[in-house]
Design a protein around this ligand. Structure first.
Ligand SMILES: [Zn+2]
Length: 296
């Protein structure tokens, strides 16, 4: 007789907490941001507009009077080395206000330009102005996009139900970032039924200049960085990992799980951690909770 069991994905290494950051528009303040991220071992993603690279414009908005210079294409590979580069469209239009044919071009042409920089498929995106609808989501998917970030802040640590509507936890200049970091660090994930937590911050690095917020951001990185309990990953690493989790193939009884992906996957089953290596099948001892741990 089968009984209910709970299979919970764990992050790589069996971790239950992950942190990621993304930053939009490819402004030259990204140089200072990437230096800070390297210092505190923070991973993340930069969403770039290939058609605006090298632009030298100035942004004036209520409360903001700041350089909005963008890196040139030939500078980008070095500046963003070690981070994910992802689509933000060629010219930053509101994709909900242009015809699908033009939206397709904005996404696919940006993707192609960025792939020429990094020499591998670019699969990530964030929506310019955060605007999207079902048509925009489908267009992005058709262009080969695997995830796209919104600007809807959840102030929570849930993984997205739909990676094409990936809502971040908060802005990296948010007043609540330190309180959220404390909540995240204090969260006890040892309970076997507790789902893994993702803390996702987003922003534009020019805002750090505009709000004179660099020191506070560094304090935030000091607090959240360099913690062995946390998996630091780019957006696409998290998306790809969860894709591998979803691709696991179960036997009818759940006694055997095959991992057809190229990524090792960690799962917690009845409170026990398993590593299901790429291409391998693991037997699950879930009828006998006292069996030796399979974690390796
Ligand atoms: Zn933008």
């Amino acid at each position: 007789m089968l009984r209910l069991r709970e299979d919970i994905p764990l992050f790589p290494g069996g971790k239950k907490k992950a942190f990621t950051l993304s930053s939009d528009d490819g402004v030259t303040q990204d140089g200072r941001l990437t230096a800070l991220m390297r210092k505190y071992e923070i991973k993340g993603t930069f969403h770039l507009n290939s058609g605006l690279m090298g632009d030298r414009d100035w942004l004036i908005q209520p409360g903001i009077d700041v350089s909005h210079y963008k890196y040139k294409k030939e500078e980008a590979a070095e500046i963003y080395n070690g981070f994910e580069i992802a689509v933000h469209t060629v010219t930053h239009p509101d994709l909900t206000r242009i015809p699908p044919a033009m939206a397709s071009y904005e996404i696919a042409a940006d993707k192609k330009e960025l792939e020429e920089l990094v020499h591998h498929p670019v699969l990530g995106m964030s929506y310019p102005f955060g605007t999207f609808n079902d048509s925009v989501k489908q267009t992005a998917k058709n262009c080969g996009i695997f995830y796209s970030r919104t600007i809807i802040e959840t102030n929570s640590f849930q993984l997205p139900a739909d990676f094409m509507e990936w809502n971040p936890t908060c802005h990296y200049c948010s007043e609540s970032r330190m309180a959220l970091a404390q909540t995240f660090l204090d969260s006890d994930t040892s309970c076997e039924y507790k789902a893994p937590l993702l803390f996702y911050v987003w922003g534009h690095a020019y805002q750090l200049d505009a709000y004179n917020d660099w020191d506070s951001l560094e304090n935030f990185f000091k607090m959240i960085g360099g913690n062995d309990e946390i998996w630091y990953a780019s957006n696409i690493e998290i998306c790809s990992y969860m894709h591998a989790v979803k691709s696991l193939i179960y036997s009818s009884t759940g006694d055997y799980i095959f991992n057809p992906s190229s990524t090792d996957v960690w799962m917690q089953i009845d409170g026990q951690a398993y590593c299901i290596r790429s291409g391998e099948t693991v037997a699950i001892n879930w009828h006998h909770k006292d069996d030796a741990a399979k974690f390796n």
